[in-house]
Design a protein around this ligand. Sequence first.
Ligand SMILES: Cc1cc2nc3c(=O)[nH]c(=O)nc-3n(C[C@H](O)[C@H](O)[C@H](O)COP(=O)(O)OP(=O)(O)OC[C@H]3O[C@@H](n4cnc5c(N)ncnc54)[C@H](O)[C@@H]3O)c2cc1C
Length: 393
Amino acid sequence: MNERDGHSDEQVENLAPIRESVRALCVDFPGEYWRGLDREREYPTEFVAALTKAGFLAALIPEEFGGSGLNLRAAAAIMEEIHAAGCNGAACHAQMYTMGTILRHGSAAQKKKYLPAIARGELRLQAFGVTEPTSGTDTLSLRTTATRTNDGFSISGQKIWTSRAEHSDLMLLLARTTPKEKTKKRTEGLSVFLVDMRAAKDKGLSIRPIRTMMNHATTEVFFDNVQVPADNLVGEEGQGFRYILAGMNAERILIAAECIGDAKWFIEKASAYAKERVLFDRPIGQNQGVQFPIARAYAQMRAAELMVHEAARKYEAGEDIGPEANMAKLLAADASWAAADMCVQTHGGFGFAEEYDIERKFRETRLYQVAPISTNLILSYLSEHVLGLPRSY
Ligand SMILES: Cc1cc2nc3c(=O)[nH]c(=O)nc-3n(C[C@H](O)[C@H](O)[C@H](O)COP(=O)(O)OP(=O)(O)OC[C@H]3O[C@@H](n4cnc5c(N)ncnc54)[C@H](O)[C@@H]3O)c2cc1C
């Protein structure tokens, strides 16, 4: 076993070069870099450019389209290392996986047109418009509509929490093409579109940033008769909900890996501090009252990490991974949040000081209890689909 990562020897051997190169890249983006951006709520342009140049964001794009053709386990290792180094992959993780919807459901022409440019980093597809202010988690009640015109669709409505919209060329959008009451199945009638935001800005599309408790570049996006060519419909009209759900498992595994990275960062910081901070003539880490929460956070992180590996393994084997992807996200988000709380406590007052980066990471990792899916909705999924309990909504 590798002490820091807790991976088996075989995994360390396979993924070690990728992990090492991500770590090496992250050295150039220390705490001061993130603190400065956090204060001003600015986008980490240089960091994203470095990841793009190194090819990490094209990890999941097959080689035939110019990507690295790596598997989900490798992609998860990249995101984990970014977070374990104290950086934040939320600024660009969607560039890695949003293209999966085109890869799985797009036409040959769409794949040829978009994937190589995304792989080269010339085209940014990292805005994902699903959530709306009135419907929230109840995706099937979303109100943004796409109405057929002579040569395409006209889109009207509003999205909220559309992260990175100001730093993306394209948006993957879920909109209603058939009114709810006219569909045969309740999951039908929604369609997925690729919206070229460069063309649509000032032609009905407007973006308003939302300031949040952490630096996340999230926004509200308004559509007022935005024209989208018919060629930009992804897959079959009316089947969009199914396509979006299919992409969510990969997203959950990658975000769970980010949480594991965060948990490792908090545990490493807390262990180091507990060894060096001397009070009452001994390191605070000599007190079991300080040791035990760190050890507990470590055990919790390792258990969650095993579930992340299991989910990624099943994903690669093409098996149904709904339960594992959801449990990985739930357990990893809980582990990172518990580790964050423990890390603040271990540092006492210094845990609150900006220059230690702990309070920043604490705010950043809190998000994963809510997004991209909230803890309650995962518990509800497990209750109904795994345990067979009555459907609650
Ligand atoms: C910073 C940030 C970035 C985001 N980025 C994106 C993005 O890029 N694209 C995008 O589409 N969305 C994005 N989201 C939206 C995110 O996915 C949602 O916030 C999340 O799914 C919860 O939806 P909601 O905020 O509407 O909460 P609501 O659906 O209003 O829920 C509120 C609370 O009630 C609970 N709840 C609701 N229904 C039930 C139920 N039936 N049983 C039990 N509990 C329930 C929820 O768990 C939650 O805690 C982002 C959100 C944030 C905060």
